[in-house]
Design a protein around this ligand. Structure first.
Ligand code: CDP
Length: 217
């Protein structure tokens, strides 16, 4: 049993691009003393390998997914706009998703985990202890992505519009794919985070986990 009284809790955090899933999941993992898995990094690392080989992200993902090594996820060039686009393309491929599925489940086997992605509550861990679907308007998410990338907020409306377009394109692709599309699980708690900073989102989630009896106070 964990100190919170649950055996191997798994907390699933899904949602569209740049909604703040990673920040929330990392902080929540710390609060709950659970391991944290950012599943987007797996798809990004596959995409990076395809790009490095001069391959086509729409077709060459499966081979690279099967050869993925732990060090591929530690590279510092996985969050570029080019990799954003290529990750969403490799992620459409059922063979890529199948090659990564067991790896994700194994990660949580020993001690549970906080896991963020697109299909965690629907496909990877349908029996998760708790599921959250984190959203924000495209404009808010574009601004968050810009700050994450450049360390300051964007004052150039054309640059912000380009970021909104890129986010909308990726969400459209992630939500319309056949295999494991981006969508909230039926039993996920949806949280709209416009106007909420990271601390407020964390507080809200912790409060819900307390109400559900997953965190004991
Ligand atoms: O950080 P951000 O929300 O922009 O993206 P990410 O979580 O790093 O995911 C990058 C891409 O990987 C997404 O656009 C999805 O296409 C794909 N992905 C997925 O298909 N399933 C997951 N569980 C996680 C990511």
């Amino acid at each position: 049993m964990s100190k919170h009284g649950m055996k191997y809790p798994i907390i699933a955090i899904d949602g569209p691009a740049a909604a703040g899933k990673g920040t929330l999941a990392r902080q929540l993992a710390e609060v709950l003393a659970l391991p944290y898995l950012d599943t987007g990094l797996l798809y990004r690392a596959v995409a990076r390998r395809v790009l490095d080989q001069g391959g086509d992200p729409a077709h060459d993902g499966p081979e690279q997914a099967r050869q993925l090594m732990p060090e591929d996820m530690r590279r510092d060039d996985l969050r570029t706009p080019e990799v954003d686009r290529a990750a969403s393309l490799v992620a459409k491929e059922p063979e890529v998703r199948a090659a990564l599925l067991e790896r994700q489940r194994l990660f949580a086997r020993a001690r549970g985990a906080v896991v963020d992605g697109r299909d965690i509550g629907t496909v990877v861990f349908p029996q998760a202890t708790a599921k959250f679907f984190i959203t924000a308007s495209p404009e808010v998410r574009a601004q968050r992505r810009y700050i994450q990338r450049y360390g300051q907020s964007c004052t150039d409306s054309a640059a912000l519009a380009a970021e909104v377009a890129a986010i909308n394109a990726r969400d459209g692709q992630d939500a319309s794919r056949q295999t494991a599309p981006l969508r909230p699980a039926e039993d996920a708690v949806q949280i709209l985070t416009d106007g909420l900073d990271a601390a407020a989102v964390l507080e809200k989630v912790c409060q819900i986990l307390q109400e559900k009896g997953i965190i004991r106070v």
